[in-house]
Design a binder for this molecule. Structure first.
Ligand SMILES: *[C@@H]1O[C@H](CO)[C@@H](O)[C@H](O)[C@H]1NC(C)=O
Ligand SMILES: *[C@@H]1O[C@H](CO)[C@@H](O)[C@H](O)[C@H]1NC(C)=O
Ligand SMILES: *[C@@H]1O[C@H](CO)[C@@H](O)[C@H](O)[C@H]1NC(C)=O
Ligand SMILES: *[C@@H]1O[C@H](CO)[C@@H](O)[C@H](O)[C@H]1NC(C)=O
Ligand SMILES: *[C@@H]1O[C@H](CO)[C@@H](O)[C@H](O)[C@H]1NC(C)=O
Ligand SMILES: *[C@@H]1O[C@H](CO)[C@@H](O)[C@H](O)[C@H]1NC(C)=O
Length: 712
């Protein structure tokens, strides 16, 4: 049996490089799995015993190393030769991280409880390395080069609860097939990133009676054998994330009666059949190659709360335990094509998921979801079915999905969406972006009393005017009036956020949002959008964010200054030639005017904006330099932040290239009147000089006369 094991080990060693190319192996395992059910977590009522052989090897190791221990003890008696490196001592905790140490400082304070020796150069972990202290509660040795541990080192550390040996070279130690001896008191052990492969963990776990939390993350383990955890029966949590596990032997976890969390994510497991770990609360099988998840057909209650099956290859909805309390189920990024519960290959018993709150089925290939599917899950709060191929979605029974708060149907191919009277009364957030919706029952959102957040971007919907609704609501003479082909947003009593970009929306009628307390309205990327001048009326006191990006608007005929709460406006990438009017009451804090056709910014508007405006985007506009000195002042005074100032340029007749606004000075604008100014100056100077000249000449002649008279 031993020989077989080592043969298997060397086989796996040889293929470790290959194994990373999972697809190669997965293909091989799939068929095997189907034939033999080779990878199972299954109860076999056989109590695993601690291998006598392992015990014997521990003893041998002790005998071998006893002389060494003695000599170490003698060495410790000699006075310390080294100075205490700059470790930090905080009460009973010593922090010596990242100091290139090969061992702990010899003069560790007495009674030290926590020693952090992480990120050093420790190679041999012995009593000497730890300065002969045994009273540690917590030893942090991660990121060293440990490739040898003195057997029995932890035997007398009866307070040692947390041992972190991650990021070392313990595979080298495991090669020597020596057992590290008992982990007498250790409750939490981290062996992640140690290059360990199948069977190697045995040398660390054989005698760890109190171990509750074990991490073997990021090693190269390919198989969990039946006896892997037989020396650590107190385990509560095992993390095996990022290994290459292909096989789990029958009963490998059976004797772990306290096991509640098992992380097997990022491995190569292809199927789980007869899953029966009743005490488990968290099972993570994300990022494997799972094609099948099947619980044992038992009526015993499972405690499982979280099941993560995301990023696998399952064509069918998992076979969940009949008696369950599951709250969270993630089957996103699989190959689900239908959840037709009877269409699966084996006869399936319908399983109630009455505790389920979160269901993620996004990124699959679902074409439809029968309404009856939701009968099973009365507590559901979050449903994510985005990124599938669903063409039609309907909830007509008012007793279904009564607790659901979030439905994510984004990026499907929805053409129809039906919510019956009194359905989805708790729904707060609905994501419908990236579908093919062209028509909806025009009062569909009025029927959702809690709806707060609505994403409808990337569809082909039209927005109704208020009248159209009222016509529809009021009993009219014409009985067979066609319902409008638009969707109404008036009187959606709790709607605060509406995203309606990229809908090819041509017109926004007046009073479109009457009695709807919108805080955010995104109408971007509807080029050519014609907004009625009263289209936003009713939003005067609620609207805070307005996005009208890339709408090819050349003139905004809606008076934004009436929107008293408006703080953030995006008008970038349009054809605006002038600013919308704003008066002193404006509360705009950020304004994006990038990429428009603005030549002149009206000085009065800029002054009105100045008292509230904090951020202004202005790049890529054909501004005229000298007619926007008011704006220049604003920028120079740092009254507003212009994050894109590098791209704010203006056109100046003296320069062939646009001038960056930061380089512009007022003098440059006075410069344009220079010729006239110079002429005047020259002229004045000339006149003065002539007058002076005349005066001088005049005086001179008088002087001469006077001189002459003197002489006379
Ligand atoms: C570690 O111990 C081994 C023997 O177990 C010895 O050969 C080696 O020299 C030691 N290395 C260091 C750095 O002390
Ligand atoms: C278990 O150990 C891991 C890694 O050492 C740690 O991150 C985690 O907090 C521990 N969990 C518990 C419950 O002790
Ligand atoms: C499962 O593991 C993946 C990958 O490590 C992680 O992203 C995910 O959050 C885990 N799921 C749960 C429910 O903890
Ligand atoms: C599915 O949607 C939920 C809620 O909207 C979200 O929390 C979750 O991250 C989404 N899933 C994926 C795979 O993005
Ligand atoms: C909806 O689901 C997609 C994944 O399918 C996710 O990326 C997106 O964030 C979800 N939306 C929300 C608001 O959670
Ligand atoms: C944008 O508007 C201009 C007229 O202002 C028009 O010539 C142009 O075709 C429009 N572009 C788009 C994409 O609608």
């Amino acid at each position: 049996m031993r020989r077989g094991e080592s043969a298997e080990r060397s086989f796996w060693l040889a293929v470790l490089g290959l194994v990373r190319y999972r697809s190669v192996w997965v293909g091989a395992r799939v068929s095997e799995c189907a034939r033999a059910g080779g990878c199972e977590i299954k109860t076999v009522r056989r109590f695993c015993q601690i291998s006598h052989q392992l015990k014997a090897s521990t003893m041998a190791a002790f005998q071998l190393f006893f002389p060494l221990l003695v000599s170490c003890a003698v060495a410790s008696a000699s006075p310390p030769r080294h100075h205490l490196p700059p470790c930090q001592v905080v009460q009973m905790d010593v922090f010596c991280s990242d100091l290139s140490l090969r061992s702990a400082p010899v003069n560790l304070p007495h009674g030290v409880q926590m020693l952090d020796l992480s990120r050093n150069q420790v190679q041999n972990l012995t009593q000497e390395t730890l300065a002969y202290h045994t009273g540690f509660h917590h030893l942090n040795l991660h990121s060293n080069k440990i490739h040898f541990i003195q057997p029995g080192l932890f035997k007398d550390m009866t307070d040692l609860k947390v041992l972190d040996l991650s990021r070392n070279h313990l595979n080298v130690f495991a090669h020597s097939k020596i057992n590290i001896g008992p982990l007498t008191a250790v409750e939490s052990l981290d062996l992640s990133n140690n290059g360990l492969y199948t069977g190697m963990s045995d040398y660390f776990l054989a005698d760890s009676p109190l171990l509750a939390n074990l991490s073997l993350n990021s090693n190269s383990i390919t198989k969990i054998a039946q006896n892997t955890f037989s020396g650590s029966l107190s385990l509560k949590k095992i993390s095996l994330h990022n290994n290459v596990i292909l096989e789990i032997e029958d009963g490998a976890f059976d004797s772990l009666h306290h096991l509640t969390e098992l992380d097997l994510s990022k491995n190569s497991i292809t199927c789980i059949t007869d899953f029966n770990l009743y005490n488990l609360t968290v099972l993570n099988l994300s990022k494997n190659s799972m094609e099948l998840f099947q619980s044992a057909s038992s009526n015993q209650r499972y405690n499982l709360l979280y099941l993560d099956l995301s990023e696998n290859k399952m064509p069918y909805f998992p076979f969940l335990p009949r008696s369950n309390v599951l709250k969270y189920l993630d089957v996103s990024r699989n190959h689900l094509q239908s959840i037709n519960l009877s269409g699966s290959p084996e006869k399936r018993i319908t399983v109630l998921l009455s505790h389920l709150k979160y269901l993620d089925m996004s990124y699959n290939q679902l074409k439809s979801i029968p309404e009856s599917f939701f009968c099973l899950m009365g507590s559901l709060e979050v449903l994510n079915v985005s990124n599938n191929c669903i063409g039609s979605f309907s909830v007509t029974n008012e007793h279904l999905l009564t607790a659901v708060k979030i439905i994510n149907l984004s990026y499907n191919s929805l053409q129809s969406l039906t919510f019956g009277e009194n359905t989805l009364q708790s729904l707060e957030e609905l994501f419908l972006q990236g579908n093919d919706l062209t028509t909806l029952d025009h009062q569909v959102f009025q029927r959702l009393p809690s709806i707060k957040y609505l994403q409808l971007q990337k569809n082909n919907l039209k927005i109704c005017a208020l009248e159209q609704d009222q016509d529809e609501l009021a009993p009219t003479e014409e009985n067979h009036k066609d319902p409008p082909d638009c969707v109404s947003f008036s009187s959606v009593r709790n709607l605060h956020f509406l995203y309606f970009s990229e809908n090819n929306l041509q017109t926004l009628p007046e009073n479109a949002f009457a009695n709807t307390p919108l805080k955010l309205l995104d109408l971007s990327l509807n080029p050519g959008l014609d907004m009625d001048k009263d289209s936003l009326s009713g939003l005067e006191h609620s609207l805070v964010h307005l996005f009208l990006r890339e709408n090819n608007i050349s003139w905004l005929n809606t008076d934004l200054s009436l929107l008293k709460s408006l703080k953030h406006v995006d008008l970038s990438t349009n054809q605006l030639t002038s600013l919308p009017m704003w008066n002193k009451e404006s509360s705009i804090e950020s304004l994006n005017l990038q990429n428009n056709n603005l030549v002149t910014l009206e000085y009065r508007t800029m002054v009105a904006l100045e008292h509230s405006l904090k951020t202004l985007y202005m790049g890529s506009n054909p501004l005229n330099c000298c007619s926007n000195l008011g704006f220049l002042h604003m920028v120079q005074r740092s009254a507003v932040v212009v994050p894109d100032i590098e791209t704010v340029t203006c056109i100046h007749e003296d320069f062939s290239e646009p001038v960056n606004i930061e380089k512009l000075t007022e003098e440059m604008c006075r410069g344009s009147v220079r010729p006239k100014y110079i002429a005047t100056v020259v002229l004045t100077l000339l006149t003065v000089m002539i007058v002076l000249g005349l005066l001088v000449k005049c005086c001179h002649s008088r002087k001469r006369k006077r001189n002459r008279s003197f002489r006379a």
